[in-house]
Design a binder for this molecule. Structure first.
Ligand code: PAF
Length: 301
């Protein structure tokens, strides 16, 4: 695996891949890699001839007072995890390269970025959109892979690719979970022994929504009430939002349909966690559910 730390070298790598007539997939990450990221890396190697993973803790997407300074960073450990996954290049630039002195141009993602996570973390998606466009411009991949775990981010990036005519296809991969259902996240590392079991309640609330929807319940208000009731079972967990939205505009729905999305955000003590579930017919696989929102999975280019 090639470890690349400069933008020029990354461009040279990408140009060489194209000159050989091969295809390139990118997995953008902020490091602190876990099984969720590794499943994206696996998808990248399935979709394209060459796979690159970027590792960059993006200061622009942290709001004031958030955990930028203490966000887990361990490049050596991340690289060790990528090697056995047949990743060809790790791109790990420093902040001064991505945001040189005088940097003053941002990508503003619009209304989708104002709700849910955007309401809780103003400016977050502006930072995400900016760095994603920069990474796509630097790496020039054929395919970019995102996780369903950050559902709103995936919807915003899809919109961004369309609105800005970016020449890249997007693959969205299912949430990867711990055995007890907790969605894998780099921030799970912040959960202490006491908060960790309580955090399961996010997934349990989504499972309750799934159960009701699959039993034929279509009243979103009633399902959300049940989700809140489940979340309320853990006194250490404070719900930020529990909602069911339309996957295109992220507005709350009244009637649940196939492809509506249940979303939760909550704090387990100081740790803010998010999770989601795409509602579909009983027996649908994670991939079937993703297809309801993001269309047919890409086939290898
Ligand atoms: O999902 C993430 O880890 C980040 O938001 C991303 C897409 C790598 C941009 O910094």
């Amino acid at each position: 695996m090639q470890i690349i730390t400069s933008i020029d070298e990354m461009r040279r790598f990408s140009r060489a891949v194209r000159a050989q007539g091969r295809t390139l997939a990118l997995v953008p990450t902020m490091g602190a890699l876990h099984e969720g990221h590794l499943s994206l890396a696996g998808r990248a190697t399935d979709e394209c001839d060459v796979a690159a993973v970027s590792i960059f803790v993006n200061p622009a997407q942290f709001t004031p007072g958030e955990d930028y300074a203490r966000y887990p960073r361990n490049l050596e450990c991340d690289l060790d995890l990528l090697v056995p996954r047949q990743v060809d290049a790790a791109f790990a630039p420093d902040a001064a390269q991505i945001y040189p002195p005088g940097f003053d141009t941002f990508v503003e993602p619009g209304r989708l970025a104002e709700k849910l996570e955007g309401a809780a973390r103003p400016g977050h998606f502006r930072g995400v959109a900016t760095v994603v466009v920069k990474l796509l411009n630097i790496v020039q991949p054929d395919v970019v892979c995102f996780g369903q775990k950050d559902f709103q981010q995936a919807v915003i990036v899809r919109h961004l690719i369309r609105d800005l005519n970016l020449d890249v296809r997007m693959a969205v991969c299912p949430v990867v979970r711990e055995p007890d259902g907790l969605a894998r996240s780099s921030r799970n590392a912040y959960l202490d022994a006491e908060d960790r079991p309580a955090a399961r309640v996010l997934h349990q609330s989504l499972e309750r929504a799934r159960e009701l929807a699959e039993a034929g319940e279509i009243d979103a208000r009633l399902i959300v009430q049940e989700m809140r009731k489940t979340l309320g079972r853990e006194p250490g967990v404070a719900t930020d939002y529990a909602t069911i939205v339309d996957a295109t505009d992220l507005e709350p729905v009244e009637r649940v349909e196939r492809g509506s999305v249940a979303l939760v955000a909550a704090r387990a003590e100081a740790v803010r966690l998010i999770d989601n579930l795409i509602l579909g017919p009983a027996g649908a696989t994670d991939e079937d559910r993703l297809e309801l929102v993001f269309g047919p999975a890409l086939k290898r280019l």
